[in-house]
Every structure is written in C-alpha cells, then in structure tokens.
Design a protein around this ligand. Structure first.
Ligand code: ZN
Length: 109
C-alpha cells in the first residue's frame, strides 16, 4: 500500500530529528493531488510507530489545496484532481501546489 511506505518515511524522519526524545505530534502537509488518503495514512501511521520514538504520537494532517497556473493565460486554477488543460483550452498547466507530502512540524517531549 502507498500509504504504508509514506508512513514509514514519516516515522523515519521523526526518529532522525527527535534526538532521542519522544515524539508527541507530527504535522504533515498532504497535497490534494498527492493521491494520499488521510484516513489510510493515519491507520498506517499508528502501526508504523509501534516500538519507535513516535509511538502514541498524534498525526496532524494538513490538507494543501491543489492549484495550477496556466502558462498560456496566467490564470490560476483550483482543482482537487489533476487537470490536463485550462479553461482557455491550453494544456500548459504548471502545478503550483497540492502535490506535496512533507513533514512540516515535530512536537517533542
Ligand atoms: Zn489558460
């Protein structure tokens, strides 16, 4: 499962940065376009943290809206799903935000 390897990565990042302290909360930014299901991520996260410094930590998921910029007409488009073309018909869409998945904050004991 996609979310399982992502959870393992999140826990690995937390363990690298916690300097031996307990991790209380991990905030992650999940883009709408990243195809990650927050519920599945939470579920996998709980099983991945067992026996690690992040055991029992809260996973705080911040959803980042998907946004594209059309390089033909400079219009910004909001979309929660990947888009192939702009309303103007151009296919030069640049993804500005929404495809990220990053650990943005760690709260340590
Ligand atoms: Zn356009």
């Amino acid at each position: 499962m996609h979310e399982l390897s992502i959870s393992r990565n999140i826990v690995a990042i937390a363990e690298q940065q916690c300097e031996g302290r307990r991790v209380l909360r991990i905030q992650v930014k999940v883009g709408e376009l990243s195809c990650v299901m927050p519920d599945a991520l939470r579920f996998c996260f709980d099983s991945c943290t067992q026996g690690t410094a992040a055991e029992g930590a809260t996973l705080d998921i911040q959803c980042v809206p998907g946004e594209f910029l059309c390089s033909a007409c400079n219009q910004r488009l909001r979309s929660s799903t990947p888009r192939a073309s702009c309303d103007c018909g151009a296919r030069q869409l640049i993804c500005v935000s929404g495809d990220e998945l990053t650990v943005s904050e760690l709260e340590l004991a």
